[in-house]
Design a protein around this ligand. Structure first.
Ligand SMILES: [Zn+2]
Length: 379
């Protein structure tokens, strides 16, 4: 038990850093939202569609035109969004949180754009194929396929997606492996793998996560954490991640997402019909110039649901924390690891209640520490 109670006051540096980060996030949203509205309101989306349909060389093909339209849309939004992204990159350096060179960052941007393009192409081509083939029920089928893709992506992410940006290797530390096996046995479960995540090449922040589904499910621990935290502290972090696993948080989140996207696809269909039948913005449902409208529906929906989804995430985090308290010998290493993480990542330990309510996927550090102390008092 800790006997000295100190009320943590966040440094001016941490306050400023987090404030700017929030502005960047909001700026990013406003720019994306603004672009979609401008495209729709000015009719420029129709101009882009005509451009996509006018291509020469390759036979006039609907599917290819959809791809060209999407490519132009993504490039435009990248060009508009890049100054703010670059500002975010500089910000990490300004607060001494990043090691990443400009070249490496630019390369990551290119890879991100390319991956985004591949995934968006699959989804958008599929959407317009379904809208053309089964105009009545396209949204239901699209939802079912989308759900399948989401599960597949959750499975593939740790083995296909993350390694494009970071190096991973199986954890070598025998003592930590032993402790994890003990934790797993106590939970009646087995974690298939723990991986060292080479984060230090790019960032000074520390992090850990449970990722994947089924055979690819694994805990990843950043080297920035493994090299600077005591074994007891790392065990506490592991126990927290194991808590996510035991409570099946990844699967549950997919179920939550599934319900939201079902509503989202239904809404998209209603909005699309309204824009075609009542407002005559587009001649047909399959006019892919209406893509900004579809994206707008999903953007607005995710924006409105953000506080609720963050609340759900904080609920899961508290559950994982409680699991950790039950599984380790003492809560002290949990508390010290939380404080270390906050310092290292320049996180606000005491964000304003409104900020926490709206933007934070994790409870404030002070609350997590208080919960640990409370648990220790009663057990
Ligand atoms: Zn967590």
């Amino acid at each position: 038990m800790s006997t000295t109670q100190t009320i943590p006051v966040d440094s001016e540096e941490s306050r400023r850093y987090n404030r700017i980060k929030r502005w960047i996030g909001m700026g990013d949203f406003v720019i994306g939202f603004g672009l979609l509205v401008v495209l729709l309101a000015t009719g420029w989306t129709g101009t882009l569609r005509d451009l996509a349909l006018e291509h020469h060389g390759i036979a006039r093909n609907y599917g290819f035109a959809v791809f060209l339209y999407l490519l132009m849309l993504m490039l435009i939004s990248k060009v508009i969004g890049i100054p703010l992204e670059y500002y975010g990159f500089r910000l990490e350096h300004r607060f001494h949180l990043s090691n990443q060179k400009l070249g490496s960052w630019s390369w990551d941007e290119c890879k991100g754009l390319l991956i985004g393009l591949v995934m968006a192409t699959i989804i958008v081509e599929l959407l317009y194929f379904l809208i053309r083939q089964v105009p009545q029920y396209w949204w239901m089928i699209a939802w079912a396929v989308f759900l399948g893709l989401m599960v597949l992506l959750a499975q593939l992410a740790p083995v296909v997606l993350f390694p494009i940006f970071y190096k991973f290797e199986p954890l070598e530390n025998e003592e930590l492996k032993r402790r994890l096996i003990v934790l797993g046995e106590r939970a009646g479960t087995r974690v298939r793998g723990v991986y060292r995540w080479h984060l230090s090449e790019k960032s000074k922040k520390a992090n850990a996560a449970l990722t994947g589904l089924g055979a690819t499910r694994r805990i990843i621990l950043a080297d920035t954490l493994l090299d600077n935290y005591s074994e007891d502290e790392i065990e506490a972090v592991l126990a927290h991640e194991l808590g996510h696993h035991v409570h099946r948080h990844i699967l549950k989140s997919i179920f939550v997402q599934a319900r939201i996207t079902l509503f989202g696809f239904w809404l998209a269909n209603e909005v699309l019909r309204y824009s075609v039948d009542r407002r005559h913005m587009f001649e047909t449902m399959s006019d892919f110039a209406n893509l900004p409208l579809l994206i707008l529906v999903s953007t607005v929906l995710s924006f409105l649901l953000m506080p609720a989804l963050n609340a759900y995430s904080r609920f899961n985090e508290r559950q994982a924390d409680r699991y950790c308290f039950q599984s380790v010998a003492s809560v002290e290493p949990f508390i010290s690891s939380m404080n270390k993480l906050a310092e290292q990542n320049l996180a606000e330990k005491t964000p304003s209640p409104w900020v926490e309510l709206l933007f934070h996927s994790h409870p404030a550090i002070t609350k997590r520490v208080a919960a640990a102390e409370g648990w220790a008092r009663t057990h």
